[in-house]
Design a protein around this ligand. Structure first.
Ligand SMILES: C[S@@+](CC[C@H](N)C(=O)[O-])C[C@H]1O[C@@H](n2cnc3c(N)ncnc32)[C@H](O)[C@@H]1O
Length: 282
């Protein structure tokens, strides 16, 4: 039988201290390539109310709280609070709400936000869940409020820059492992359809920017984030399932070590595109 999700909306990543650190490393690499926390179309002002949905460790809210006036209210939503602000004290204007973004938000939150931010839901949502998720997130916005969604696609992961004449077979196999497994679990959303979905759901002034993660600053961190991220994804994917191409954690670890050797010996690095899509509620 083909592998299946253990539950609808299953989040295929583990929640360990290592994964928490990896998410923050990945966040820093994305930031070093993107350069802003809020898209330039979004006006920063007093008393802004901001939601970060699927907030994870809350690192984006932590950075945003340093940039915005103290009278702004910043709310993090996530299925789990296990990762939220474990390392640093939480600013007084930042709060956490436990909520599944695929379920209707309680009335006290609907129509309340000037900005809704979503980032890296690629292994959280199945391909057919992106549009219902967007509609649900839009319910949080006030008229004139913006949604900003940053994401990537398993289809885009590649190994770049190998020594001339050499093919980084093992590094390529590592990204192929992500693609094939994500595909088997229905987690290969078409990230470049986000912009169209924004427009079809009535958002205005939509824009899409694509950032290839090519900044040499942070290249080592990106390599680590991809090596460990795919590893953590595969460990979660193997929970109660096996795949023709990956039957055990030991096998996955051997593939990871081989990919790591390619990075070292062939001077190559991992890269993928990050899509930043924004739209405004009429
Ligand atoms: C890959 S992490 C990204 C975290 C953060 N946005 C970042 O960029 O570092 C995805 C987060 O989404 C959360 N998540 C997954 N499915 C969710 C759902 N259905 N509703 C709310 N949060 C969800 C996970 O618990 C996790 O914290």
């Amino acid at each position: 039988m083909a592998p299946q999700l253990n539950s609808p909306g299953e989040y295929v990543l583990i929640r360990t201290k290592d994964e928490l650190e990896r998410l923050e490393m990945q966040y820093n690499v994305w930031q070093s390539n993107i350069g802003y926390l809020l898209h330039p179309a979004i006006t920063q002002r007093e008393k802004l109310r901001v939601a970060d949905v699927g907030t994870g460790t809350g690192i984006w809210l932590r950075d945003l709280s340093k940039m915005l006036p103290e009278n702004c209210q910043l709310d993090g939503f996530d299925l789990f609070d296990a990762m939220f602000f474990k390392k640093t004290p939480r600013p007084t204007n930042v709060s956490f709400i436990q909520h599944n973004l695929l379920k209707p938000f309680p009335a006290q939150f609907t129509g309340q936000y000037d900005v809704v931010n979503v980032r890296a839901m690629v292994v959280a949502l199945s391909s057919d869940e992106w549009e219902p998720a967007l509609r649900n997130l839009m319910s949080l916005l006030r008229p004139g409020g913006y949604i900003q969604w940053l994401d990537c696609s398993a289809k885009d992961f590649i190994a770049k820059g190998a020594t001339e004449g050499r093919v980084p077979i093992n590094a390529e196999r590592w990204t192929e492992l992500l693609r094939t497994t994500a595909n088997a679990l229905g987690k290969t959303p078409n990230v470049n359809a986000l912009y169209r979905i924004f427009r079809e759901n009535g958002l205005e002034d939509c824009s899409e920017r694509v950032y290839p993660l090519d900044n040499p600053v942070g290249r080592d961190e990106l390599n680590r984030a991809v090596l460990d991220g795919i590893h953590n994804f595969m460990i979660a994917a193997l929970n109660g399932r096996t795949f023709e191409w990956a039957k055990s954690a030991d096998q996955v670890m051997a593939m990871k070590e081989a990919a790591q050797q390619d990075l070292r010996n062939l001077n190559c690095w991992f890269s993928y595109n990050v899509y930043v899509v924004v739209g405004r509620k009429a």
